[in-house]
Ligand binder design. Structure first.
Ligand code: TYM
Length: 334
């Protein structure tokens, strides 16, 4: 609790271009529920270097991501949007927590297995301990709730396990965080292969909608989206392509799958795909406009970064000091 409010923590990697999956699965929900909480949204640039990055490009993407948080509707005066790498407590707590995390647990992480397979020439220790850094992000701020997409659930469960293990040894140090999944959009799939999640790192750009895609590109990608052979708009697991498009439509419009089926009863895939494309264009337009405005205001963004860095450092240091004391590090003499 901070000032009587529960705490919300979440973050995104500053890697690749954000997709509609990141937006509907996470960012949009952050904005919807942020008012109820004291919030911290990290641009998790330290996680990004588990995969080789071009330094200039990483810096640019990190700043773009921070601005996208704001452009999506997170008022930075009320929400602490900040860079993970500016707050040294993340790395410090991650080290301590890594001594309370088992190799066997990390070995089971499916994201590690996927990334190790994709980057077989660079299976570094950071890639392996990635979930420990993520646990540190969350636990440093004593988060009550963490809104993420389905693909991060396993990491969240591990975070809870680590926190419970630590608390069992040292008393009530960490708040045990709850996962928050949105009603729709928690698992958006590729438009070209609905068995794969929509991902920043997909080689086929037609599989993903990027947040900065212009309206024509968005409509074109939806027109080309892979569908099924039943030729009716029905929400069923047997029609994964249409299932995914209905999820996107519902997450973009707030409608339910049943309402969507009724709306498109007797209509063809072509008409439905157009409607999904238009719904997504409508959702992304204000974000893109807001982003363009923010891009003109460097000083404002810099002032936000400075102010929020300080807040994140202040809150995280309190937890870190408590943890250091619990594990037996000598107190610093000030
Ligand atoms: P990342 O950067 O891969 O994704 C950011 C958020 O977007 C969600 N997401 C999706 N949701 C629905 N459908 C999709 N296709 C889709 N793709 C991505 C993710 O679930 C996530 O919520 N390890 C995290 C970043 C992180 C973090 C944290 C998150 C680091 N520390 C602390 C929460 C709390 C990651 O790589 O997310």
């Amino acid at each position: 609790m901070i000032d009587g409010k529960k705490v919300l923590y979440s973050g995104m990697q500053a890697t690749g271009n954000l997709t509609l999956g990141n937006y509907l699965g996470a960012l949009k929900n952050w904005v919807t529920i942020s008012d109820e909480y004291e919030t911290f949204f990290g641009v998790v640039d330290m996680h990004s270097i588990t995969i080789r990055q071009d330094p200039a490009e990483l810096r640019r993407r990190a700043r773009t991501l921070l601005m996208l948080y704001i452009a999506a509707g997170l008022d930075p005066e009320k929400n602490c949007v900040y860079y993970q790498s500016h707050v040294s407590g993340h790395a410090e707590l991650a080290w301590i927590l890594s001594c309370f995390t088992y190799m066997g647990e990390l070995n089971r992480m499916t994201q590690f297995k996927d990334k190790a397979a994709k980057h077989a020439d660079n299976i570094n220790a950071g890639l392996f301990t990635y979930p420990v850094l993520m646990a540190a992000d969350i636990l440093l701020y004593q988060a009550d709730v963490v809104p993420v997409g389905v693909d991060q659930m396993q990491h969240l469960e591990l975070t809870r396990d680590i926190a419970q293990r630590f608390n069992a040894l040292y008393g009530d140090v960490f708040t045990i965080p709850e996962i928050y999944l949105g009603k729709a959009g928690a698992k958006i799939m590729s438009l070209q292969d609905p068995s794969k999640k929509m991902s920043k790192s997909d080689e086929n750009p037609n599989g993903s909608i990027y947040l900065m895609d212009d309206p024509d590109t968005i409509i074109r990608k939806f027109k080309r989206a892979v569908t099924d052979s039943e030729a009716c708009v029905r929400y069923s697991e047997e029609q994964p392509g249409i299932h995914n498009l209905i999820d996107i439509y519902c997450a973009s419009t707030g409608k339910t799958p049943a309402e969507t089926e009724r709306e498109f009863d007797g209509k063809g895939y072509g008409e439905f795909k157009m409607a999904v494309g238009e719904a997504v264009v409508a959702v992304l337009k204000p974000l893109q406009e807001h982003f363009a405005d923010l891009s003109k205001n460097k000083d404002y963004i810099d002032s936000i970064i400075k102010k929020n860095d300080e807040k994140a450092r202040y809150v995280s240091t309190k937890t870190l000091r408590k943890v250091q004391k619990k594990v037996g590090f000598p107190e610093q003499i000030r």
